[in-house]
Design a protein around this ligand. Sequence first.
Ligand SMILES: C[S@@+](CC[C@H](N)C(=O)[O-])C[C@H]1O[C@@H](n2cnc3c(N)ncnc32)[C@H](O)[C@@H]1O
Length: 280
Amino acid sequence: MNYQEALTKGTKILKSNKIKSFILDSEILLASSLKLDRSRLLLNLNNNIKKNQKEIFFNFINRRKKNEPVAYILGFKEFWKNNFKINKSVLIPRPDTEILVDQVLKEIKKNETKQILDIGTGSGCIILSVLNERKNSFGYGIDISKKAINLAKNNAKIQHISNRIKFLHSNIDNYYFGKYDLIVSNPPYIKLSDISVLDKDIKFFEPNLALNGGVDGFSKIRKVIKKSSILIKKKGKLILEIGFNQEINTKNILKKNGFYINRIVKDFSGINRCIVSTKL
Ligand SMILES: C[S@@+](CC[C@H](N)C(=O)[O-])C[C@H]1O[C@@H](n2cnc3c(N)ncnc32)[C@H](O)[C@@H]1O
């Protein structure tokens, strides 16, 4: 069997199992099984696939056909300028979340020394991306999931920034440590009743802890804002990711907790996705 034949078979299996991105996913999974770049795979479609590579590829295809996301199958996801190790205990980093990194970087000059807290750090993708760009700053990442914290620590080690970051296993409710120049958070913000209508890739594989925003979708947003108003320095910035239609309520919660709204930033689909605010 050559690469082209393997691809055709993999694509057919995914298509018949209603995987929308069946061509791209087959190509990515085959390239990974062969330890090749996708472009190199596509340039060598007549090469023969070895027995063990074929086994790996069709094992990947079998997982993908049951809706397991490609990122969990491969065990990593590209975010900002790095690959992050991921597993089923953390949310797969999303391109929209890179907007938060961009907004944090706008608030911290290249050589400034700032103390930054990331609430609900997951894989550590936000805070590690920021620290990679701001070499004099220090980060703290907290998460209620012990497994997420272990993974974030591993990502810090891989990226050689363990000396400027502390990852702590803690519920935001019990966290009272330090005062920060900037707090960033992508909290769980999906309404409980909306979780069952999410894509299968998400609802059956990504951790409920990372998605579930409670009955109205605001339970974690509220906690993050209330606690941030205690943990943040005066004039410190709070940068939050929010979901579709959550802008007005979030702005109200921020104002009630002593924050001034600086700006709202839209995501790539034109949805209000990020709120930048300042503690008065
Ligand atoms: C939407 S995910 C964001 C993960 C990562 N920051 C990202 O942007 O990809 C939310 C994270 O918040 C964590 N979390 C949920 N409730 C929490 C709580 N009460 N205290 C601390 N972390 C919490 C979850 O475990 C999850 O890792």
